[in-house]
Design a protein around this ligand. Structure first.
Ligand code: XIL
Length: 505
């Protein structure tokens, strides 16, 4: 097959049982034509076929002068690349597989792999590329420090990591729990731009949280804020480039989004807290910081209301504000600069600017542990008294061995007793390996958690896993999720789908 295999064809191959994880989607063939390859140059360089069925480039005057070819890549998809190169003019030379991609006519470049080729020897150059969201992709083979070198290429191959379709359709978690709560997952940018992935996710989940893309380090536009600060220190500029693909997908398909997160001590640029948004200047005053916080929340809410009305149903207003080792607020720039009432102010502003009906959450981890649990309860009580909080999100980043089920149960009881709405916002369960036995034990832990949650369906709005396939998890080395890297459901998936089927030991 010479040309890029269209996706539909690939899908058919899969359904008919093709196993290969890495599917060949292109191999160059220079036996009869240039196969779509051309010389990238400002004039001068030219490609031609050789008697050896390779492609020769001559007349180069710059390293980027290269054989190149347009490819129809799928955003978010992972590709493995490989090519054979040979040169006969230098002792050795360095070759790279590179890509020129463009969106809206603006071209940018990445180097995807490199190798040294000795004189006269066919040498393999390998590369890897996860496609960004562009409308044109040109793969090419260039040199470094060998601008005038002529060289040949052959066997340029592109393979793709494909999502294997499951032979039998899986039961859908969102349908199983439809009467009780929403079932969701975190999704990051590269997943969100991958339509094939998203279409699969949408079969299982009805609510999505951007894994990173609505955090202040993705949203704050420091460069623009800096400019604005020259006239008004309290002004804040925001942008949503990273979050757009997920928001667009959700809007288009009628799916819900849970926003994460407005105020956090992590993934928030230090410049946000500084005069003139400059990391070399002193921290701003409490008054300026509060005004920035208000303006930030206002800008985020206004953008969402204008562009994605109704899509974001709830927000983590505040994340992880409680100390790990004592029942108090953790030390952070928010605490130092604003003071003890920064959580209350964040909820006040969120309530002020969020569209009516948007639910506002405090979100934290290790809820099952003391003294942190008491710190969380104290904070929640204060926030409840202020009247601007709707619920608590249990992250539930758990491990097979920890925390114990009784501890988790107790924390659910205690927090539920406060009268708030609840979410499980970031569920995953790490395990040390992926032997059958371990994966069964992981399934048991998931089942136990789901059984506990069943007691709280009157106030539980959503259960969300923190990712779908193990390979893309933030804790990937510990296989924490419901699907393996090839999209096959793990025992944990079946346990969540039907907790009653899993026996307690
Ligand atoms: C994690 C993301 O999954 C990672 O990609 C990132 O590098 C770090 O943050 N608690 C939270 C989430 O509230 O925002 C964190 O997400 C995981 C822990």
């Amino acid at each position: 097959m010479k040309k890029f295999v269209p996706f539909v064809l690939l899908a058919l191959l899969l359904v008919s049982g093709a196993e290969a994880e890495n599917q060949l989607v292109y191999r160059s063939d220079f036996s009869t034509s240039e196969d779509g390859w051309y010389a990238r140059s400002a004039g001068g360089a030219a490609v031609s076929l050789t008697a050896d069925d390779s492609l020769l480039i001559e007349g180069r005057t710059s390293d980027w002068n290269s054989p190149g070819r347009n490819f129809d890549l799928q955003p978010g998809q992972e590709y493995q690349l490989s090519v054979q190169v040979r040169q006969t003019e230098a002792g050795e030379a360095r070759f790279m597989i590179s890509i020129a991609h463009s969106v809206g006519g603006v071209e940018s470049y990445e180097n995807l792999g490199a190798a040294m080729a000795k004189k006269g020897e066919w040498t393999t150059v390998n590369g890897q590329y996860t496609a960004g969201a562009f409308d044109q992709y040109v793969l090419y083979v260039e040199t470094t420090g060998a601008a005038a070198l002529s060289f040949e290429i052959k066997d340029f191959t592109v393979t793709q990591r494909v999502i294997e379709e499951n032979a039998d359709p899986l039961p859908a978690l969102k349908d199983i729990y439809a009467e009780k709560f929403d079932f969701g997952t975190a999704v990051t940018y590269y997943e969100a731009i991958n339509k094939q992935r998203m279409d699969f996710y949408a079969t299982q989940f009805n609510i999505f949280t951007p894994g990173n893309e609505l955090k202040p380090d993705s949203v704050l536009d420091i460069k623009e804020s800096k400019k604005l600060a020259a006239g008004d220190e309290t002004a804040v500029a925001v942008h949503f480039d990273a979050a757009k693909p997920l928001l667009d997908y959700a809007k288009e398909h009628g799916l819900k989004v849970h926003g994460h997160v407005l105020v956090w001590h992590q993934q928030t640029p230090d410049a946000f807290f500084r005069e003139g948004y400059s990391t070399s200047k002193p921290y701003v005053t409490r008054e300026v910081m509060l005004a920035r916080l208000e303006n930030y929340i206002k800008a985020v809410m206004a953008y969402m209301e204008e562009n994605y009305p109704g899509v974001i149903v709830s927000w983590d207003v505040l994340n992880e504000a409680v100390d790990d080792g004592a029942a108090k607020l953790r030390s952070s720039k928010w605490l130092t600069i604003v003071g003890e009432d920064y959580p209350a102010r964040a909820f006040e502003y969120a309530r002020k600017y969020a569209p009516e009906g948007t639910l506002l959450f405090y979100n934290d981890y290790n809820t099952a542990l003391e003294p942190k649990q008491t710190g969380i309860v104290n904070l929640l009580k204060d926030l409840i008294a202020e009247g601007n909080i709707d619920g608590y999100g249990f992250q539930m980043h758990h491990d097979l061995a920890f925390p114990g089920n009784e501890q988790i149960e107790k924390s659910l009881q205690r927090i539920a007793g406060l009268g708030l709405q609840l979410r499980v916002s970031e569920l995953d369960v790490t395990v040390p390996d992926h032997t059958d036995d371990t994966l069964q034990r992981q399934a048991k832990k998931y089942a136990a958690i789901m059984k506990m949650l069943d007691e709280y369906t009157d106030r539980l709005l959503a259960v969300q896993v923190w990712g779908v396939t193990d390979d893309l998890s933030w804790r990937a080395p510990k296989y924490p999720l419901l699907f393996d890297k090839d999209f096959q459901p793990k025992p944990a998936f079946w346990a969540v789908a039907d907790p009653a089927s899993v026996e307690e030991k």
